[in-house]
Structures are given as C-alpha cells and as structure tokens.
Design a protein around this ligand. Structure first.
Ligand code: LLP
Length: 434
C-alpha cells in the first residue's frame, strides 16, 4: 500500500507497526486508530518549512480537527501551540496539562463565560472575531487584572477553491471582520490604547482542504493592506500575522503539496513587506488541523449484512456510519477502504459501504473496491483522522467509538469507547411523567 506507516507483513496488514486484525479482535469495532508517527512526521515537516531558520514563526494545531487529552499531550511534547474554538476544547487542553500560554482562542461568537475562562487561565492569545468582543475581553481582563494578547481576525475577501461549506475567507462569511468600510480601524486603535489588551496583529483563515497557494498569497496582500491602513490610522505596526490552516490532505488520489509549497512564498512575502517599510518581519503563525491529523487516522469496521440489489448495487453494511463519520453525508466527502481481513487479495469487488443509521444518505463510500467482502470481514477506512471523531454524535443513540493511539507496534486507548450507560447518563425522567 502506498500509504505512510502501512505495510503487509506475513499476510497481515500493519499500521504504525500494529496488526490491525489483532487490534479489531482485542478492542472491537468500530474503532478510530491514530498513528502517532504520522502526526509527528507532519509536525516536523511543517517545522522544517516554517520555523527552522525563522524562530519567530509558530505552529498552532487547530484542535477542532481532532481533540482529546492525548492529542493535546502529543502537541505539548512536540512543542507546538494549539488553537481552540470553544470552552470545551480549552477546558480539555487545560485538563491535559497543556501550557495555557501556548493556547490561542478563535471563534465567531465566544460567550462571556468562555472569554472569562480564557482570561482565568491566562491563555496566550484571543483572536477577536467581532467588534463586540473587544469589550468582553477588556471586562474579563480588568476583573482578573491580567492583560490579554489579542489579534483581529479579518475577512480577506478571497475565495479559496474548495467545498462551499468550508470556505471562510470570502466576503460573505460569518467569520472575521469585514474590510470594505474600514470599520476595523477605530477598534484596533481602541485596542492599541487599551490598558487591558496587547494588540499583536491580524488573523485570517481562508478555508479548508486547499491545494493552491494563490488564495493564501492574495489573503496576505489583503492583510498587509489593512496593516498599512492601521499604521496610518494609529501609528501601530502589526507584529504577528496568523495565516490560518487549510492545507490539503490526502483522502483518495489527491496530489498533495508539501508544506513548503504554501509557506515558502508566504515567508518571502512577509519579509518583503517588512523590508519595504523598514520594520521587523512579522511573526507568522499557522493553524493546521486536517493536514496534521487526517492521514494519521483510520477507522476499523466489521462488515455485517451484504445485500445485492440486482443490476443496481451491492451494499456492504458496517457497524459504524454517519454517527461517527458525518463527512460523506454532510460534504459528499470521499474516502478509500482496504480489507484488513484479506490484505493480499486483489481489491476487485465493487460494493457500497453503508452505515447502520436510519438514513439512506448514511453511505461512507459509494462504489468502493474491496477484496472479496464477506460478513465478518474487518475493513479500514483511511484518512478519517480529521473531523471524524470530532464531529461524531450519538445519532440513533449509537455510542461514539473509542480512539486508539498506535506507535511502533504498541497500541493504547486515548479515548475509551462510549457505553450505552454513558449515553443515557444525563437523561432524567421529569416528575410529571413518573
Ligand atoms: N483555523 C481556523 C480559524 C479554522 O476555522 C480552521 C478550520 C482551521 C484553522 C483548520 O483548518 P484545516 O487545516 O483543518 O483545514 N468540518 C469540515 C472542516 C471545517 C473547518 C473549519 N475550520 C470538514 O470536515 O471538512
């Protein structure tokens, strides 16, 4: 198989040194499996392209792609920062012992309680996404007596070439502060003059699963144009520019670009911006989510019923489905599967791999190629590591599968599988119904 950390040894399929059929037997299916080596390789690749030789640049893993305490621990060990977008992600990171000063907080509608939590823990940066937020941060900071670092998220008005649901940088967006009427300028000035916030610069995120660098560069031009206006308006030069995430990952046959393809020209652009103005090169920050976690994760399933609808298609139903991977139903996302039970047989049977939810749209892979699929076979769906577990639900009251971390032949639980008891744990029977 031409996938990293997969190999066939003695007729068995291994992922990061672990025998997948053995894992399915020992831990049950469905189960999410993450290769620590794939994740750390990605991080090291980005560090080499981005921060080595440019010590001011930082990586902040976008934890929305996949978050749990173990993932935060791994990020801590690898020396990267993290981006959180909710009180829940922030709480989990802090509970995992992640250093608060390396946390940055994004989100288009942070509540006062979430901002209070961020200030309470003294996190590294809050990315202001609306003009209402500055006041909320000042209020929390004054109460705690702690100055908070902030950046302003702008809507750069560029459209990345990707799925409409994951485009965020175009003009018509709920994210960021629109730029057309310069309304951002008085707010940045207010923030620069505020004794409770320390303005570091600007942030943009243009979308997800992007394979071209042109939209990133156009967004940088837009950000630097705002930086010039800010300087003209209140004499302040940005020190930091957060360029978001969105670097494409491989699901099926995509031709993935190395991180340097995106980052080299962006680093050069930042240097040019600074040298033309005679100022310090602004620190660049990335927020990769999918590109760190997608290919690191796979999901193991067991095939149950196989139904042939003559002349139309054959359905192979698995023990998972849209409750643990909503992406095919939500975005028409494409995946590939391999047979774990028969890794050496040719994958020459076309079946549609459907889930067990009560929805016709619960199809994980339409027209997948598998080796002789039979009830009881274990299969692996590949590249499920981003926005799978993190978007899972209890639809049809199905328990969310557990997460195994694997590395060099060793497997350990990172998240235990949910039980029926867990699902019903918060339910109450109101007095009026007893
Ligand atoms: N930074 C910000 C501010 C973001 O909004 C996002 C993703 C990222 C970074 C990370 O982007 P990435 O590197 O993962 O592409 N649920 C969708 C993806 C939604 C992305 C939302 N924001 C999916 O499953 O495709």
């Amino acid at each position: 198989m031409d996938r990293e950390y997969f190999e066939i040894r003695n007729g068995r399929l291994l992922f990061d040194g672990c025998d997948l059929l053995q894992l399915a037997k020992e831990y049950g299916t469905p189960v999410y499996i993450y290769s620590q080596n794939v994740i750390t390789d990605r991080i090291r690749e980005m560090k080499a392209a981005f921060s080595e030789g440019h010590p001011q640049n930082r990586i902040a893993y976008a934890s929305k792609a996949f978050a749990c305490k173990a993932m935060f621990k791994l990020m801590e060990k690898e020396g990267v920062c993290i981006d959180v977008v909710s009180g829940g992600e922030l709480y989990t990171a802090v509970k995992a012992g992640f250093p608060a000063e390396r946390i940055e907080f994004n989100g288009n509608n942070k509540s006062q309680a979430e901002i209070d939590l961020a200030v309470e823990h003294g996190i590294g940066r809050i990315i202001i996404d609306s003009l209402l937020e500055l006041e909320m941060i000042e209020k929390a900071a004054a109460k705690k007596g702690r100055v908070m670092n902030v950046l302003f998220r702008i809507t750069p008005g560029v459209k990345a070439d990707t799925h409409d649901y994951v485009v965020t940088g175009k003009k018509d967006s709920k994210f960021g502060i629109p730029l057309d009427d310069d309304r951002i300028l008085p707010y940045v000035k207010m923030a620069v003059e505020s004794k409770w916030v320390n303005v570091l610069g600007l942030h943009f995120h243009i979308g997800s699963q992007i394979f071209e660098n042109t939209a990133f560069l156009a967004a940088m031009d837009a950000a630097f144009a705002v930086a010039d206006k800010i300087h003209e308006y209140c004499g302040y030069w940005i020190e930091e520019l957060n360029i978001g995430g969105g670097f494409g990952a491989r699901y099926t046959g995509e031709q993935k670009k190395p991180f340097s393809f995106f980052l080299d020209p962006m680093i050069r652009k930042a240097e040019q911006f600074a040298s033309e103005r005679g100022i310090k090169v602004p620190a660049l920050v990335t927020e990769p989510g999918r590109s760190f976690s997608a290919e690191a994760g796979i999901t193991l399933y067991t095939i149950g019923s196989i139904k042939e609808v003559r002349g139309i298609r054959t359905y192979a139903a698995i023990d998972g489905g849209m409750f643990e991977n909503i992406r095919p139903a939500l975005y028409g996302a494409k995946y590939e599967a391999v047979s774990v039970s028969k890794p050496e047989l040719p994958a020459d049977k076309t079946v549609s791999i459907c889930g067990k939810c009560c929805e016709s749209g619960d199809m994980i892979i339409k027209d997948a190629l598998l080796a002789d699929p039979q009830p009881g076979d274990v299969i692996a769906v590949l590249s499920t590591g981003a926005y799978g577990y993190s978007m899972a639900s209890n639809y049809n009251r199905n328990p969310v599968p557990g997460v195994l971390f694997v590395k060099d032949g060793k497997a350990e639980w990172a998240v235990k599988p949910q039980t029926y008891e867990d699902i019903a744990a918060l339910d109450l029977i109101p007095e009026s119904l007893r």
